[in-house]
Write a protein that binds this ligand. Structure first.
Ligand code: SF4
Length: 288
């Protein structure tokens, strides 16, 4: 589910017949989707939504690592470098009903840096030929606020010569839209989980090198980031460290950014909040 979506693209996992595909969307749908999934759920990190009183999946909910939840079974840490013991989950799965189908279709993905760099010649040719005018990084978190529909609208309004680079749950706002491709290069290149934002930075640095640029900000590359919590903030700090300027953040600026800090970010990095999809798309395509 969710952040397991990238697992479907790992060649090493193709041999597992029971890895059937992605189930559901981003984290905030989990109260509903964990119910209809019917099988065991393993939480490995944050983004676990408190269970509702009448929920039916507490006995199928497992945690491990830093994640834990009252009355959910916790899978202990590995000992002496041995694998964790997931037997309890496997046995549980054998007693569960199959997931209730909630949607069908295909999602294109698997574009972590190795895969994109394997396409580098094709990508560079497309940029030089003018077939790709701009890359737009729309990575980060999703959330339940209505304002996050902004990212769906931006994806829909971006012209056909723009390619979206994504990672994290933010992509669920647009990764099921049919946005087509540019000469075989999908218009949404999904690097994977939020942690795979690393891949997006590697891709940007490689493009800078390939185009012989001194400044990452001279690339035809814009950042329109959906933020929610600490991981997205860590990604933002990494981008600032790389010298990226002009990042848009939405749907709102983090509340913990004090006016003084905001002033520093604006003055030194030209950070700005998102506005309206149409105006932002126009500005993004103009390199602003
Ligand atoms: S992208 Fe954000 S919301 Fe999604 S799993 Fe990662 S940290 Fe959680």
């Amino acid at each position: 589910m969710r952040t397991m979506l990238p697992a479907n693209y790992y060649p090493a996992f193709k041999k597992y017949e029971h890895l059937k595909g992605n189930y559901g969307g981003s984290w905030w749908h989990q109260n509903k989707e964990f119910e209809s999934f019917n099988g065991p759920i393993l939480m490995t990190t944050n983004c676990l939504v408190p269970l509702k009183k009448d929920c039916t999946y507490l006995d199928r909910l497992y945690t491990t690592g830093v994640a834990s939840y009252t009355d959910a079974v916790h899978i202990p840490e590995r000992v002496n470098g041995e694998s964790k013991d997931f037997e309890a989950i496997i046995e549980k799965a054998k007693t569960c009903s199959a997931p209730t189908e909630i949607e069908t279709g295909k999602i294109v993905g698997g574009f972590a840096h190795n895969q994109v760099l394997a396409l580098a010649d094709k990508v560079v040719d497309a940029v030089k030929a003018g077939a790709i005018k701009r890359f737009v990084v729309m990575a980060g978190c999703d959330g339940r606020q209505k304002g996050r529909n902004y990212f769906t609208e931006v994806a829909e309004k971006l012209p056909q010569d723009a390619v979206i680079l994504t990672a994290g749950c933010a992509k669920y706002r647009y990764n099921k839209l049919d946005l087509g491709d540019i000469g075989g290069i999908p218009r949404v290149l999904d690097a994977g989980q939020c942690n795979d934002c690393y891949s997006l930075a590697v891709i940007a640095l490689k493009l800078k090198e390939v185009f012989g640029l001194d400044d990452i900000n001279d690339l035809p590359l814009s950042f329109d980031i959906g933020w929610y919590e600490q991981k997205a903030v860590a990604v933002l700090l990494a981008l600032l460290h790389l010298g990226v300027k002009g990042i848009r953040l939405g749907p709102t600026l983090p509340a913990f950014v004090s006016p003084a800090v905001l002033n520093v970010l604006v003055e030194n990095f030209d950070i700005k909040p998102i506005t309206e999809p149409e105006a932002d798309v126009e500005a993004i395509m103009a390199g602003k």
